[in-house]
Ligand binder design. Structure first.
Ligand SMILES: [Zn+2]
Length: 263
């Protein structure tokens, strides 16, 4: 299992602490115990051991994607916590039972864990994206969350000019990709011989999402085929931006290199 050294601890250095959070990863660690990663808007990522029933009669279960106010208790002097109580806001249970929704959700979690800043703005985007996943088309939600995530991470810019050379994109310009920088770039800075491109209409759709935000992005009009192409573009892009770190993409569940389906 992967432990992330940059994980901060829950607010307050005391033996107990209480705050808002959402379970973004749940891994088995010993027979019945689970290692949870809690995303807190105030404290970032917090590691929690959820003991199986055999160890504690009052074991509190916190399934993946449970959002609520968590009362935590520190385990000895460690940076690990255990759950004393949860005041549940949402369980997002519609996500876990549906692979088409749970896969994007697990990608969102990996992006949060891999990304630079697990802060309050990203917390809000993550929780709202899970809410949207419960009753919107999963690819639309995934595209919108990825666009917001890239915007918050700050290394893509505004999709108006090339983040490498600074040149404004032309109206009809097809964006390429810089494998060295891990970002979409102008055609002059493309290092991938046009093998990962974003056409102008797709770029305008992405820009609109960035302008209107997650919820209103669900109202933007886009054909299912165009949406699917952009979705696949982002999966291929993220795989290059975060090499080897996004298991949900590496797992091969999504067909990201196949030919476009013809309508
Ligand atoms: Zn450039």
């Amino acid at each position: 299992m992967t432990l992330h050294s940059q994980l901060p601890i829950f607010t307050g250095m005391e033996h107990s602490s209480k705050g808002l959070g959402i379970v973004i990863r749940s891994e088995r660690c010993k027979e019945a115990d689970r290692l949870l990663t809690l995303f807190s808007p105030d404290s970032g990522l917090v590691r929690i051991i959820s003991y199986g029933a055999r160890k504690s009669v009052r074991a509190i279960k916190a399934p993946l994607y449970t959002e609520g106010t968590f009362s935590l208790e520190r385990i000895g002097q460690s940076e690990l916590w255990t759950i004393r109580d949860i005041d549940v806001i949402s369980t997002h249970e519609g996500i876990l039972s549906d692979l088409g929704r749970s896969m994007p959700a697990s990608l969102f979690s990996e992006l949060v864990i891999t990304g630079r800043s697990a802060d309050a703005a990203l917390y809000s985007a993550y929780c709202r994206a899970l809410d949207l996943l419960e009753d919107h088309e999963p690819e639309s939600v995934a595209i919108a969350f990825i666009v917001v995530f890239l915007s918050l991470s700050g290394f893509i810019g505004d999709w108006e000019s090339c983040p490498v050379c600074g040149m404004p994109y032309g109206d009809g310009e097809v964006l390429g990709f810089s494998s060295a920088e891990g970002v979409p770039v102008c055609h002059r800075c493309d290092t991938m011989a046009s093998s990962l491109i974003l056409p102008p209409n797709a770029r305008r759709y992405v820009q609109r999402i960035q302008e209107v935000g997650l919820e209103d992005a669900m109202l933007l009009s886009v054909s299912p085929m165009q949406r699917h192409r952009i979705f696949r573009y982002f999966l291929r892009m993220l795989r290059l931006s975060y090499p080897g770190r996004l298991r949900s993409i590496e797992s091969g569940i999504w067909d990201i290199f196949g030919e476009d389906d013809e309508s």
